[in-house]
Design a protein around this ligand. Structure first.
Ligand code: AQP
Length: 345
């Protein structure tokens, strides 16, 4: 089956974020901001708080619940409308686990062994990592294929997993001689597909980085945002005229990319404005832009989080809508594989 065969499928977007900590500026620029743009373009959009992925590394149960609600509040505060998009937490739709198992049996060990995120997250002591962390990419394939999604907006770090999803879908179609699953495309766009740590320009900004100064959290107030940007690691050189000249200056390049993504501009345009200026001038401008963009989101998040029962209600409604889409696709998959479903008729 070729990509052209996706023409037979309804254009549909699926993406997710792990509630494994508070949302960061990296999650916002690499994912959330673009999720809102896709929703506003009128494409069918399904967004999931992937709590089953989050528990592939240890999560305190009470914190996991809070973080899931906080992430839901972050989505809504950033512009996801739970009526126009489907917004839910993964564990409330059992089809993710059910299809996940089937796809575990399609994915090959050799493919999984090449996944760089497992190597990064498992670190030196891979023997002690959970089996779930290893199988994570096959569950992610199930998340996407359960809805016959055709497009997956993600940051650069998730590209390999979406490509694996395509391999799994193609192998399933080939093994069972069907054209059942689409081959979903990763959608990686914008100036900030990989936002880097504010303390180390070679490391991804991450919600589980032990250093809070390495990231901007969506819940940070204006003072915290301004202070983190002021203290962000940089160099002593002024900003150059071209992007090429930032090649060996990862921290400077990161701040320019963040500015560009927040302003919805090209990094080249940002350099045109700031070329010749040092960070003494650039950082306050960036802080002002970041505060202006993020403050309304954090204020709205706080308001939404004051009513956790309402968040749970919205997630429950989203899960029902997701389940209604997923169930027939899962049942058809079970039929294709040869599983008897007589109890459900
Ligand atoms: N630094 C980043 N720059 C751009 N995009 C990013 N994303 C994450 N970090 C950045 C994108 O956000 C989406 C959700 O990611 P995730 O929460 O499922 O997992 P992750 O990529 O592992 O994110 P974190 O923050 O690093 O989480 P932890 O610390 O728990 O591992 C994805 O589309 C991702 O590309």
């Amino acid at each position: 089956m070729t990509d052209a065969a996706n023409a037979g499928f309804t254009p549909r977007i699926f993406s997710g974020i792990q509630p494994s900590g508070g949302l960061t500026l990296g999650n916002y620029l690499g994912a959330l901001k673009r999720f809102v743009e896709k929703q506003d373009e009128g494409i069918e959009t399904i967004y999931c708080l992937v709590d089953m992925h989050a528990i592939t590394v240890w999560q305190d149960p009470a914190k996991l619940r809070d973080q899931t609600r906080e992430a839901a509040a972050g989505f809504i505060a950033a512009g996801i409308d739970p009526k126009r998009s489907i917004l839910f937490n993964q564990s409330q739709v059992p089809g993710h686990a059910e299809l996940g198992w089937i796809l575990n049996c399609v994915a090959r060990l050799g493919w999984m062994n090449r996944m760089t995120q497992f190597k990064d997250k498992a670190g030196k002591n891979a023997e002690a990592a959970s089996l779930g962390l290893y199988a994570y990419p096959a569950l992610m394939a199930a998340d996407i294929l359960l809805y016959h999604a055709t497009m997956v907006p993600v940051g650069e770090d998730q590209k390999q997993h979406v490509e694996l999803t395509r391999d799994i879908a193609a192998k399933f179609n080939h093994d069972f001689k069907v054209d059942f699953f689409p081959l979903p495309e990763p959608v990686i766009e914008g100036a900030a597909t990989r936002v880097m740590s504010l303390r180390d320009g070679t490391k991804k900004m991450s919600k589980s980085d032990p250093s809070d100064a390495s990231r901007i959290n969506l819940t940070d107030d204006a003072d915290a945002i301004a202070q983190k940007i002021r203290k962000a690691r940089t160099d002593a050189e002024p900003l150059p005229e071209t992007l090429a000249e930032l090649k060996d200056r990862p921290e400077a390049r990161n701040l320019v990319n963040i500015y560009a993504a927040l302003a919805s501009e090209a990094p080249e345009t940002v350099l045109e404005r700031f070329a010749g200026h040092g960070f003494g001038a650039f950082k306050p401008a960036l802080a002002e832009l970041a505060v202006a963009t993020l403050s309304p989101i954090s204020t709205e998040m706080k308001r939404l989080m004051a009513d956790p029962a309402e968040i749970d209600r919205l997630l429950g409604q989203g899960a029902e809508r997701a389940d209604a889409l997923a169930r027939p696709i899962l049942e058809r998959t079970q039929d294709i594989v040869g599983m008897i479903r007589s109890r459900r008729g």
